[in-house]
Structure formats: C-alpha cells, structure tokens
Design a protein around this ligand. Structure first.
Ligand code: GAP
Length: 503
C-alpha cells in the first residue's frame, strides 16, 4: 500500500512537470506536434524560443567535442541507410521491447516497465532487497529470452493493469522498435528500409572514410548530431521519451585493450560537462546497466533528477569491436586500421586490428528537458506592500534564447530610435529583441519567463550621456553602464570559453 506522504510527493512532482509543460507551450519552447489535429503521441515541435535553446545546447556539445579535441571530428550522415546496416548492427533481430496486453482494458504495456514499477513500489516502501531481487530476476529472464517466465513473474507479483485493475494478461512477446518504409516505386521486402533508431551506425559505416580523409590516428572520435526514430510503446513524460528525437553521439575508436581507460575517461568527462552546463552535481548520478544492450560490454547511464525521479540523459557504452566486425562481415569490406605505433612488449608495430569503440550518447531533447526543469524557478517576492510569485527561467546566458532585451522607457522623445541604434550595433554579436509595448514591469516579466539574462532600459538620461540601465534576471538588480561597454559585458556572460575553461 502506498503511504500518503509519498503520494503527496509524487503529486507535487507531477504538478511541477505539468507546470513546465504548460510553460514550454505558452512561451514558445515546445508544442505538441500537429496540435490542430489533436496531436500525435510522443511527437513534439520546438517553437521560436525552444529552437534557439536547443540549438545553443547542441552547439555547446558540438564545440566541446570537435573544438576542444583535435582527435574528434564531425560528420552528418543520412537518416536512411542500406538495410543490411541494421541486420549487421543487430537491430533487426534484437532491438525490441517485451510487450504485454491487458485483455480487459485493451492497453499495451512494456512488461519490463511494469516489473520495474513494482520494484520501485517495494523500494519506496523500504524493501530495497526485494526490489533488487525482482529486478535481478527480470534481468535473468530477459537475458535468457524466457518470455513465458517474464509473464509468470508478472502474475506471481500480482501486477495489475493500472486501467482495468485486472491481471488478465496476454503472453509477453517482443516488438521491434524500428520504423520501416519503402524506398523507390516498387513495394516489397527488397525495398524495405528503416528510419535509423540511433545515429551511431552512420558513424560506424563511415569509420574508414573519416579516418583516411581526416588523417586521424587511433585513438580518435567521430561526432554527430541527428534525428533518430523509435516506435516507443511507453511514451510518457513529455519530451523525455519520443518517437522522433535527436541524439548527439560520439564514437571513440581505440586500440583493443585500452577501452577500459577510455571508458573511464569519457564517463568522467561527460559528467563534468553536464555539471559545467548547469546541472548540479547532486542532481546527477551514474547508474550502471544491469541489463546490457545487445552491443554493449559495459554501459553506464548519466542520470538527472527530473521532477519524476532520476532518469537517463546520456549513455556511455563500451561497444568492443562488435559493430565494426559485424559491418566487416556483412559488407565483406575490411574495417581494419593499421597501427604503426610500436608495442613495447613485442618491439613491433601493433599492426592491423579492428578498433574497439567507446561511445558517448546524449539525447538533445532530454538535455533540453533537464535544462528546462533545472532553470524553472518560482520565487516569492515583495514589491511595496504586495507579495507575489515571480516565475523565471534561470538559464545560463550562453544557452538563453535571447541574450538581451532592449526597452525604450517610453514610445516617444527619440527613445525607440536610440533603442534600435543599440540593437543595430550589437545584433551581429548577440540575439537581441527590442520591445516597446506595455509597462516596463510587464516587459521584464515577459523576458524573465523566457530566461533572458539582461534587460537594457533606454531612458532620457541615455540621450544625454549614452548610458543605459542593465537589469539582471536572477537578482533583479540594476546597473548603470555606458552603451560602449555592453558588448564586452554581455560577451563575457555568454562566452563559451568561460564554460569550457571549467572542463
Ligand atoms: N547509440 C546508443 C544509443 O542509442 P540509447 O541509450 O538507446 O543508446 C542514447 O540512447 C540516448 O538517446 C539516451 O540516453 C537518451 O538521452 C536518448 N534517447 C533514447 N531514446 C529516446 C527517446 N525515445 N526519446 C528521447 N530521447 C531518447
């Protein structure tokens, strides 16, 4: 039985997520896809502020990978790939979820998620050993592909359908998560292709093209940002689990035997990156996989504490030579690298080998959601006699959609012209807006809600001495400064080197 205190905590978490979802829609960050047709489940569109925030996050990842590491280069591979790619990668045969239907409610569930929820119930009730034992048993059954055993576990645990409250379950069966379509005019098996379920394979099949053209020596990495598609059954929690989403992946090719140290290196580097980007250390944790994906030899998630609990935002995977060897077999093209560094043990070059791979894979949408959850603030402030709640997004200036808003105090006396003059002087460096409408307080509020770090007020004194008032989003403090100092001041706050020097 759930205890009332936990229920309240869970409800509060849901409320917070609901607040964030409605904030994201109202202020142009995220809209449900094709909303005028009542939307499409687990598909979302990014609005004017959302696309700026997402692009800024992606740019920070891209630069951290390709600009800070001479041995990491980028590519942009196509979404469609030769169908054998997915046979080789194991996705045709192994990329599936165990599903179960409830015959009374006609609802479909992921069997593993039902069991995980039951384990979470035990853990919340203080019985962690029972939760761990249940998860271990599920892991064992899934690894052994014993789907009848998984169903029996659901029955033994008396897990009921949340809708019908019955245990009238079908058998468990595997359901492939890849979307398929036809290429060309003639339908049939030979023309079936897939929408990529991960960007990684576009990197693997280009391994030698990139290594040779970019003249890279192992160890080196290939980075890519792109869309991926999965027919997720449990599509919940807003943009956390989508059917069309974006990944930022980096495959790091290493000499066999060195993968352990590179795995540790990228694990630490990527966690540090999230901290530097503004996700606090106490809201991040590592979670080692109990159940490894078909390609992985070791895998860890970096989890962030969302309002709905700690959940994965990034995976670090030691993939051995699985992918390159598979592609070598199915394409019949050698995927080997000649390493002419001398092996101190033999005194001879290491020679030809298929490199091992350590992968870092972060979802751009999950990073976006974590950033939004972290930034969303509600504080009680007193203005004169009044106490009110101020909502604002405490985004790092480098990722904020608008860096500064310029407000002429009144719509006359040449103040709008002066505001536009400042805008024109700075627009090549920063994304700015000029706002004339409404009271200055209302304009501050509007910018707070989208996370603009600075508001620049242009008043009559500006016309006399070329100074403006800069209002700071987080402290609401105001500083008077010469217009000539604005570029340096905003530039310092949004500087990527300020972020990167902490890495
Ligand atoms: N190449 C390895 C790979 O794809 P993954 O753990 O399946 O590994 C990596 O996915 C990351 O992609 C996850 O950590 C998550 O951030 C993101 N991701 C995966 N499925 C997603 C989905 N349905 N919606 C949004 N993001 C997703």
């Amino acid at each position: 039985m759930s205890n009332p205190a936990q229920k309240t905590a869970a409800n509060t978490a849901e409320n917070t997520l609901a607040d964030i979802v409605s904030h994201a829609k109202e202020y142009g960050f995220v809209f449900p896809s094709s909303e005028i047709y009542d939307g499409l489940a687990a598909v979302y569109d990014y609005g004017p502020n959302g696309v700026e925030l997402k692009n800024n996050l992606k740019q920070l990842w891209w630069k951290a990978m390709t600009q800070l590491n001479q041995n990491v280069v980028g590519i942009d591979a196509a979404i469609f790939m030769h169908p054998l790619t997915w046979k080789a990668s194991g996705h045709v045969d192994g990329f599936s979820d165990p599903l179960i239907d409830n015959l009374d409610s006609k609802k479909r569930y992921r069997a593993d998620v039902l069991i995980e929820e039951k384990a979470a119930e035990y853990e919340n009730a203080g019985d962690k050993p029972r939760a761990d034992a249940l998860l271990a048993e599920m892991g064992r059954l899934l690894t052994a592909e014993d789907l009848a055993g998984v169903k029996q576990l659901i029955l033994d645990e008396k897990i009921l359908c949340p809708i019908s409250k019955t245990a009238n379950w079908t058998d468990v069966r595997q359901f492939n998560l890849m979307f398929s379509t036809q290429v060309g005019a003639v339908a049939g098996d030979s023309s079936q292709i897939y929408l990529r379920p991960e960007t990684a394979q576009g990197i693997f099949v280009n391994f030698l093209n990139v290594q040779k053209s970019a003249r890279q020596k192992v160890p080196f990495g290939i980075a890519q940002i792109g869309k991926a598609f999965r027919n997720e059954i449990v599509a919940r929690q807003f943009i956390f689990r989508m059917r069309e989403f974006e990944q930022m992946e980096m495959q790091f090719f290493v000499r066999p035997g060195t993968e352990g140290e590179w795995y540790e290196h990228w694990k630490a580097t990527r966690r540090r990156w999230h901290e530097v980007m503004g996700l606090p250390a106490e809201k991040l944790r590592f979670h080692d996989h109990d159940k490894l994906a078909h390609y992985a030899k070791a895998a860890v998630d970096i989890e962030y504490e969302f309002p709905f609990g700690f959940k994965e935002i990034e995976g670090i995977h030691s993939r051995s030579d699985f992918d390159l060897t598979q592609h070598q077999t199915l394409s019949r093209k050698k995927q080997q690298y000649f390493d002419n560094d001398v092996n101190p043990e033999t005194g001879k070059p290491y020679g030809n080998y298929v490199p091992y791979v350590v992968e870092t894979s972060v979802g751009a949408d999950r990073l976006f959601l974590a950033t939004l959850c972290q930034a969303y603030q509600e504080e009680t402030i007193t203005e004169g006699e009044q106490t009110k709640t101020r909502k604002f997004l405490k985004l790092h200036p480098a990722v904020a959609p608008v860096k500064a808003a310029i407000f002429p105090l009144v719509k006359k006396d040449g103040l709008p012209d002066k505001a536009n003059e400042i805008y024109n002087a700075l627009r090549h460096d920063f994304r700015l807006v000029v706002e004339e409408k409404d009271s200055i307080g209302t304009r501050y509020t509007r910018q707070d809600l989208i996370g603009t770090p600075f508001c620049i007020a242009v008043d009559h004194q500006t016309l006399e001495d070329d100074t403006v008032t800069v209002r700071h989003r987080d402290s609401r403090e105001q500083t008077r400064m010469p217009i000539s100092e604005l570029r340096g001041y905003i530039g310092e706050a949004v500087s990527l080197s300020r972020i990167f020097e902490q890495l």
